[in-house]
Design a protein around this ligand. Structure first.
Ligand code: HEM
Length: 267
């Protein structure tokens, strides 16, 4: 029996592979959130971070391809296990299955489908950048003079639309629920959910997923309500307050001066 058969064809192998791919995706979303939380710092932070990722060039494409393969395997095995479960139930083999477990897996499927639709929209929104006009995707200049994409403003512009903000909140809510259920199943598939550990494990997983939701929701809500503001004077709707410490006091009086200095440093 080869390793492919063990991991992708046997029922136990499929569950373990689902658990491992799910865990890798969990790692990605936690890392992604940590990067995105930089929106609460100066705009240069998140803009430089996005620029750094972009500058990885071919390495970034390797990571993207890896992610794509992991997502595809995760979805493929989820579909296969669902079909297997259905067949088993039809033959009356798993009549003992509880209503809670059935509902849980049904919601896992639906939340998974909505999260997938969200990811497609999200990629078009922030990575391919085609859901808005050019004004939704501004550029800026870092303190060291590097011209970069203004991801800070791009995120705020996106979330100022109530429909988009609402869709993101719903999606990260469902994703957080999906993760909490998936992580507990993962520990079960890996044989780590013993009788003694089951309760503390569930509580820890739920706490992590609630924190994950709060982190994402904080970004959406802060951008929607204006708690984080656009700091790029070249963006329409620029709303920096007087003597804003974050962006270096680019108030009306100093704005022209700042722009002039930038132009001089570029030429
Ligand atoms: C408030 C929530 C989120 C914000 C503000 C956000 C922000 C961003 C931004 C700015 C990018 C583009 C990075 C760049 O090209 O410079 C991006 C890419 C991406 N995001 Fe999110 N994101 C959020 C939630 C999520 C969630 C929940 C997921 C996963 C389910 C996700 C998955 C991705 C993926 C896969 C990419 C593409 C990465 C790449 O190929 O470069 N994001 N996100």
């Amino acid at each position: 029996m080869n390793i492919f058969h063990v991991l992708f064809r046997s029922s136990v192998g499929k569950k373990v592979t689902m658990a491992v791919t799910g865990f890798l995706l969990f790692g990605f979303v936690i890392g992604h959130l940590s990067g995105n939380l930089q929106i609460f710092s100066t705009p240069d932070k998140i803009n430089a971070y996005a620029h750094f990722l972009e500058s990885l060039g071919p390495a970034l494409w390797v990571i993207r391809l890896g992610l794509l393969v992991i997502v595809a395997v995760h979805i493929w095995l989820a579909a296969e296990l669902t079909i297997e479960n259905r067949r088993a139930r039809q033959t009356g083999y798993e009549k003992q299955i509880t209503l809670r477990a059935t509902l849980g897996s049904r919601y896992m499927r639906w939340s998974g489908v909505i999260v997938l639709l969200f990811i497609i929209y999200h990629l078009l929104h922030f990575t391919v950048r085609v859901t808005g006009g050019p004004e939704a995707y501004p550029t800026t200049i870092l303190a060291d003079g590097t011209a970069v994409r203004d991801v800070h403003s791009m995120i705020i512009i996106g979330f100022q639309n109530p429909l988009i903000a609402g869709f993101y909140l719903l999606s990260v809510g469902l994703l957080s629920w999906h993760l909490s259920h998936g992580l507990v199943s993962m520990f079960q598939s890996l044989g780590m959910k013993t009788r003694t550990w089951a309760k503390p494990l569930e509580k820890t997983v739920i706490a992590i997923c609630v924190l994950y939701f709060i982190g994402n929701a904080a970004i959406v809500v802060a951008a929607f309500t204006g708690q984080v503001r656009i700091q790029n004077p070249q963006v329409a709707g620029f709303t920096c307050r007087t003597d804003c410490e974050v962006c270096g006091a680019r108030n009306d009086a100093s704005l022209a001066e700042t722009l002039e200095q930038r132009e001089e440093s570029q030429s």
